[in-house]
Design a binder for this molecule. Structure first.
Ligand SMILES: [Zn+2]
Length: 244
């Protein structure tokens, strides 16, 4: 089988948790059957409540069809994702890490010194993920695509920040990331009416509170928030920490 253009990461970053988890179970239980390869596409029968006929395109698993209830309404369903998983893994089993979806970010809890290279690399990763948080300025039919991009950006950022060691430099990086996200919401034209980015900002603030608890010198990184005027006052719990 020829490999597709998409990767396992791409599937994870672009699929909601519950759909991904259900698809990973279907795939792991051998419910993806009779796979055939077409021209830049794959088809198969996925055994759900009934056998469903599913196909995905090699360029993007979101160009997919399925004859289940959701698929008929052009909604990405677990059967499409299960077939996409088969295709990227070429039928091989998913490891425990691979089968895990991306949920909310958390604090690594690891306080250790970091090198300049490590800091530079983390900055670059954050900058790359930030590109998915982009303004919506197209016609209404691409509004959903723009929301998906926001979600993908926040998932990518979640994975990155969950791995950051707890140091003052990393706290500074997180504060800068939050201020940039805030600017994107306030003046950058990002339409966050679904609250995807706002929710992520609040989770990141919780992580920074944990940073300050584990390493009190991290509070120094919060000082630039004291004069910030943010979109919904998310910085307040952090500013309170410097004042106390
Ligand atoms: Zn389906």
């Amino acid at each position: 089988m020829n490999p597709p253009d998409f990767t396992l990461d791409k599937i994870k970053f672009a699929t909601d948790e519950s759909t991904f988890d259900k698809a990973a179970v279907l795939y792991s239980k051998g419910k993806v059957t009779q796979i055939t390869e077409g021209i830049r596409s794959y088809s198969g029968i996925v055994l759900g409540t009934k056998p469903y006929r599913v196909s995905v395109e090699a360029r993007d698993f979101r160009y997919a069809t399925c004859d289940c209830y959701l698929g008929k309404r052009d909604t990405l369903c677990k059967h499409m994702i299960a077939l996409a998983l088969y295709v990227v893994k070429d039928g091989k089993p998913l490891s425990d890490g691979e089968a895990k979806s991306i949920s909310t970010p958390s604090c690594s809890g690891i306080a250790r010194p970091i090198s300049d290279e490590e800091l530079a690399e983390s900055k670059e990763q954050v900058a790359k993920a930030m590109r998915y948080i982009k303004p919506y300025n197209g016609p209404s039919r691409t509004w959903e695509a723009s929301q998906n991009s926001l979600e993908e950006g926040c998932k990518r950022l979640s994975v990155i920040i969950t791995e950051l060691p707890v140091t003052q430099d990393m706290a500074k990086l997180l504060v800068d990331m939050l201020l940039r996200l805030d600017r994107k919401l306030q003046t950058g034209g990002v339409d966050d009416s679904n609250g995807i980015v706002g929710g992520f900002i609040q989770e990141a603030v919780t992580i920074l509170l944990e940073f300050a608890r584990l390493d009190p010198t991290c509070k120094k990184a919060f000082s630039k928030l004291a004069t910030a005027s943010t979109c919904f006052g998310w910085e307040e719990p952090l500013v309170q920490l410097i004042e106390n």
